[in-house]
Design a protein around this ligand. Structure first.
Ligand code: NAP
Ligand code: ZN
Ligand code: ZN
Length: 346
């Protein structure tokens, strides 16, 4: 066992606080990673506050992890000490079900093992990336291209893949009109990636305060959802909508943004159930879909795509003692556009 520094939630209502946790010994197929940077995803906040389900405390969250390989197990040939690597939202899956075999471990029929707050094979609860080290099976470790700035690479492991996957699956590209709803961590990556894929991108944000940024990220148009005219003006306009909003929307109104055969993809994960009249989907033969992160091979493809297209998240580097403040700023939509923890400050 290795005792390492971390920042943990001790209850749904207390601020996160410094602590130490145990990491397992490096097994034959394991990689020990010295974490350098760890992104803050809104899912971390939903989780520690118990908004999705009950949580066993203390809980360390964080699933946007980059660092260097510090040790490898005896059967690991794919990685060497010093390699720059990443870990996203999963650390294992069954590897045998049809979804795992198809490279979509995120949809493992037995349930993938999340990087945090999940029951690991040894019965322990997984602890995430707000920590100095993590031990992960080699098959769930990604290579981070050198051309992506180090701290900017971290958010790709969740915000990047969660938006890349549906954009790739639903063929965002030239001639496709894509709307991105909510321009926070996921949203700003959706704008950059969809634009790099060649799609025509429109942002719907609550206000116009980030319009210049959105256009600089590649969007052609930018609208305020607080303006009652916006949803009317944009009705029947989009082939694909990527909704990244962390709260429930009035979906009856919003799905009307879709043109014929358009697809609404919810990646935002509000705790409340979605309520919608099916009639809102009848017109234009609309589809309402969800999408969860991405598979391991697809995550590597996304990292390589971002390296090739020079895409990187916009980050604000913080020390560990600013994590709680950063949470409040995320909740207030005051994030530009991803907080990343410098783990040297843990
Ligand atoms: P974030 O940085 O907080 O971004 C969410 C954005 O949604 C905000 O910046 C804001 O954008 C908008 N928003 C927030 N509250 C709103 C409201 N009440 N009404 C309208 N718009 C609102 O969060 P994130 O890290 O990108 O995560 C977004 C959601 O995706 C979370 O629910 C998270 O749990 C989920 N998630 C899902 C997956 C998956 O696999 N499906 C993976 C990662 C995260 P504007 O200021 O531009 O309006
Ligand atoms: Zn996430
Ligand atoms: Zn499986």
């Amino acid at each position: 066992m290795l005792t390492v520094k971390a920042y943990a939630a001790t209850s749904a209502t207390e601020p996160l606080a410094p602590t130490t946790i145990e990491r397992r010994d490096v097994g034959a197929t394991d990689v020990l990673i010295a974490i350098r940077y760890s992104g803050i995803c809104h899912s971390d906040i939903h989780t520690v506050r118990g908004e999705w389900s009950s949580v066993t405390y203390p809980q360390v969250v964080g699933h946007e992890i980059v660092g260097e390989v510090a040790e490898i197990g005896s059967d690991v040939t794919e990685f060497a000490v010093g390699d720059r690597v990443g870990v996203g939202c999963m650390v294992n899956s069954c590897r045998e079900c049809e979804n795992c075999k198809a490279g979509m471990e995120q949809y493992c029929l037995k349930g993938n093992i999340g990087t945090y707050a999940a029951r690991d094979r040894d019965g322990t609860i997984t602890q995430g990336g707000y920590s100095t080290h993590v031990v992960v099976d080699k098959d769930f470790v990604l290579r981070v291209p050198e051309s992506i700035p180090y701290e900017a690479a971290a958010p790709l492991l969740c915000a990047g893949i969660t938006t890349y996957s549906p954009l790739a699956h639903w063929n965002a590209g030239p001639g496709k009109r894509v709307a991105v709803v909510g321009m926070g961590g996921l949203g700003h990556m959706a704008v950059k990636i969809a634009s790099a894929m060649g799609a025509d991108v429109t942002v719907l944000s609550q206000t116009l305060s980030k319009k210049d940024d959105g256009l600089a990220f590649g969007a052609k148009d930018y609208y305020a959802s607080s303006d009652p005219q916006t949803l009317k003006t944009l009705r029947n306009s989009f082939d694909l909508v990527i909704n990244t909003v962390s709260a429930a929307l009035d979906f009856d109104d919003y799905v009307k943004l879709l043109r014929l055969d358009g697809v609404w993809v919810n990646v935002g994960a509000p705790p409340e159930p979605v309520a919608m009249r099916v009639f809102s989907l009848f017109a234009n033969r609309r589809s309402f879909a969800g999408s969860s992160i991405g598979g391991i091979k697809e995550t590597q493809d996304m990292l390589d795509f971002c390296a090739e297209h020079g895409i990187a998240p916009e980050t604000e580097l913080i020390s560990a003692d600013k994590i709680n403040e950063a949470y409040e700023r995320v909740l207030a939509s005051d994030v530009r556009y991803r907080f990343v923890i410098d783990t040297a400050t843990l």
